[in-house]
Design a binder for this molecule. Structure first.
Ligand code: GTP
Length: 201
């Protein structure tokens, strides 16, 4: 078991949002509030602290009520740099990473990653068809190794995971929860699905 006090939540919102017209994706309105705020739902109350990793509009992200941290190296080097920055900033032994653009992640995500980890250092969500490398539980002690990998030019998350004791956690029963939103079309489709699933009175 990993106790809640040993966990930090990390929302990755540091991307360029090119497929969203270059807009800051985490701040796009989704179902009436910023997309990144939906990613906080499975984390709040289940971790000791939540960090939001963002490279633009830090004050807008801070308004969501959590600590905001930028990438330690600028230049949009990809999510692995966001994970590294989060591991560096975290005060706990474990970090749960989620992306800002998956607004329907399972409520029990943290518990499932913790339970599914076994004795591995990294646990990664799998939806039955594919791995979701940015939905993961990572041991903070790997931070120095990740720093060296980044310095050596590594930018692929799954390749870095593969060099460690990692495990996929089967969440095929909740595959639809991993739908993410890259384009304005995705946003319309997912908002429509949400309205169908929980119609407002
Ligand atoms: N910290 C950080 N996070 C990133 C970076 N690039 C992508 N991410 C995050 O990684 C997750 C997946 O991102 P993508 O959708 O592949 O990339 P994106 O930059 O957001 O969007 P595109 O430019 O359309 O690919 C999201 O949570 C992004 O916020 C980056 O350079 N730094």
């Amino acid at each position: 078991m990993i106790h809640r006090h040993a966990l930090t939540g990390l929302v990755l919102a540091g991307g360029q949002g090119r497929r969203m017209g270059g807009r800051d994706k985490g701040l796009e309105a989704f179902a009436g509030r910023p997309l990144a705020s939906h990613a906080l739902t499975p984390l709040r109350g289940r971790v000791a602290e939540v960090l939001i990793n963002a490279n633009r509009h830090p004050e807008a992200y801070a308004a969501l009520g959590e600590r905001v941290i930028p990438d330690l190296e600028a230049g949009y080097q990809g999510p692995l740099m966001g994970i590294y920055s989060g591991l560096r900033a975290a005060a706990t032994d474990w970090v749960v990473v989620v992306p800002c653009d998956s607004p329907a992640l399972p409520d029990d995500l943290v518990a499932r990653l913790v339970a599914g980890r076994g004795s591995a250092d990294i646990a990664v969500a799998h939806d039955g068809e594919r791995l979701h490398p940015v939905v993961a539980l990572i041991r903070r002690a790997l931070v120095d190794d990740l720093g060296r990998a980044l310095a050596a030019g590594e930018r692929k998350i799954d390749r870095w995971y593969a060099r460690h004791d990692w495990r996929a956690v089967d969440m095929a029963d909740r595959a639809e929860a991993f739908a993410n939103l890259n384009t304005p079309d995705d946003k319309r489709r997912l908002e429509a699905r949400r309205r169908r699933e929980s119609p407002q009175p």
